[in-house]
Design a protein around this ligand. Structure first.
Ligand SMILES: *Cc1c(COP(=O)(O)O)cnc(C)c1O
Length: 467
């Protein structure tokens, strides 16, 4: 018991030169809490027979605990997974133009719902409405929190207690939480499955239409592909059939790019303007997939249907804030200049980055990773890789890429790879790679050139010796 009294006091630890910068950075109450906690731990350990910890040890543990508890949870990471639009890593990385617009809107009052001309109340959708119409050829547009919300809102507005006809081949699940049949049910609509999984014909739709039908819907099968004996009805035919029965034809595109990706040497992805031109009355797509903007759900279509959707009280519950609006407007404005888009829009720049440029970055970073892992039983080399677009876009297409591969040099297998992978995740800015084909792979497609040297330094400073 006596030895416990030799533990330093809370006040003594708090005013120690090692603890003072912590108080400065994180505030007194957080540091005090951790000082108390470490002292309590020490008391418990001593009672169970451990030696009395020295002051330096206590302070060291406090510093570690406070840094860990005090740092932000939403941390920036290096995305070296090879997936450009990685849903778990926040999807699209925004261009500087969007960042500047968000900062300005965040720091200042802005005319979110204020008509500066008339001095009266405005509509937040007007901020991007004209741009969206100009870029897609639609008559009207509205914006909600994400594409799942856009689909939900349109079904809830136009198909409550009615039937929605969808091809069996298009009953998509996106990342578990978004399934077309579930959204349909929650929106109060009845799903009518038309045709078969691999083949659906116009006559299947024609036969399924009755007085209870609310709309014909096409869901872009963005995250899988069916090959072989298949048939899907062209959009223009579905639109004509719907219109002959005075029903709307709606398209959920998922990933919506506003340019022809083939022009950048990428596989073609259907665009909202194609769907509108084919006769779609409403098209929904995501803001943060191929569009390369903030998380948002965009609805474009006829004046009449967009007006109905905007009158649904749920629109208010699903609307976006000024920060999103600022970023979205800035991104859409970049689309007005398609010639420079692939350089200015981060997502497109990453997607269209030449393999040779990525390989050159890998060659430059190779020495840093080799020296960081020098004492471990591994070999590091530059390898050819295949990146993917991600977020359910163009699921079967792979982009030729390059990066670094770490492989065990001995026969001892993958254990060391998992330890290195973990150590990379524990760097101050976590480095996220992937383990595949008995190697730890770091795909450098998404590493911005300006971040190359900081990644090199981080690898250099990393403590990999214990791996
Ligand atoms: C991604 C996707 C959605 C969901 O969009 P979020 O923006 O993630 O809410 C809906 N439908 C399709 C076809 C998709 O690809």
């Amino acid at each position: 018991m006596n030895s416990l009294s030799k533990l330093p006091s809370v006040d003594r630890l708090l005013s120690h030169p090692v603890a003072l910068p912590l108080v400065d950075e994180y505030g007194r109450s957080l540091v005090t809490r951790h000082v108390r906690e470490q002292l309590a731990n020490a008391r418990l350990a001593v009672k169970e027979g451990a030696a009395l910890p020295g002051e330096a040890t206590l302070l060291n543990d406090i510093v570690t605990a406070v840094h860990q508890a005090g740092r932000a949870r939403l941390r920036t990471v290096f995305n070296l997974t090879g997936t450009v639009l990685h849903t778990n890593l926040g999807r699209a990385v925004l261009p500087q133009e969007a960042v500047d617009a968000m900062v300005a809107a965040a720091l200042n009052p802005c005319a979110l719902e204020y008509d500066v001309e008339s001095g009266g109340r405005g509509d937040r959708d007007d901020i991007v409405g004209e741009l969206l119409c100009e870029l897609t050829g639609a008559e009207a547009a509205t914006v909600v929190n994400n594409n799942a919300a856009a689909v939900f809102l349109l079904l809830n507005t136009l198909a409550q207690k009615k039937r929605v006809l969808v091809s069996r081949g298009e009953l998509v699940e996106i990342g578990g939480a978004f399934r077309v049949p579930d959204i349909m049910q929650r929106a109060g609509a009845r799903l009518v499955e038309v045709g078969t999984t691999n083949r659906t014909h116009l006559k299947d739709f024609a036969q399924a239409i009755d007085a209870r039908s609310a709309m014909l819907m096409k869901v872009h099968t963005s995250n899988y592909a069916i090959h072989g004996f298949i048939h899907a009805v062209p959009e223009a035919d579905l639109a004509a059939l719907a219109h002959a029965h005075r029903l709307p034809f709606v398209v959920d595109l998922g990933s919506g790019t506003l340019i022809d990706l083939a022009a950048l040497g990428l596989p073609h992805e259907p665009t909202p303007q194609e769907a509108i031109a084919a006769g779609a009355d409403l098209v929904t797509f995501s803001g943060d997939k191929l569009l390369g903007g903030p998380q948002a759900g965009l609805l474009v279509g006829t004046k009449e249907l967009i007006a109905k959707i905007k009158k649904n009280p749920l629109k208010r519950a699903l609307r976006v804030g000024k920060i999103t609006m600022a970023a979205l407007e800035a991104v859409l404005r970049l689309y007005r200049d398609p010639d420079r888009l692939a350089q200015r829009l981060t997502t497109l720049r990453h997607l269209s980055r030449p393999e040779a440029e990525i390989r050159a970055a890998a060659e430059r970073l190779l020495p840093a990773l080799q020296s960081a892992l020098a004492r471990l039983p591994v070999v590091v080399e530059v390898v050819a890789l295949k990146s993917q677009i991600g977020s359910g876009s163009l699921p079967v297409d792979r982009l030729p890429s390059a990066g670094l591969a770490v492989r065990p040099s001995g026969k001892r297998g993958a254990g060391v790879l998992h330890r290195i992978e973990k150590a990379l995740r524990q760097l101050p800015q976590p480095v996220i790679g992937r383990i595949a084909d008995d190697a730890l792979l770091l795909d450098l497609r998404c590493l911005e050139p300006r971040d190359e040297s900081s990644l090199g330094k981080a690898l250099h400073a990393g403590a990999f010796q214990q791996c």
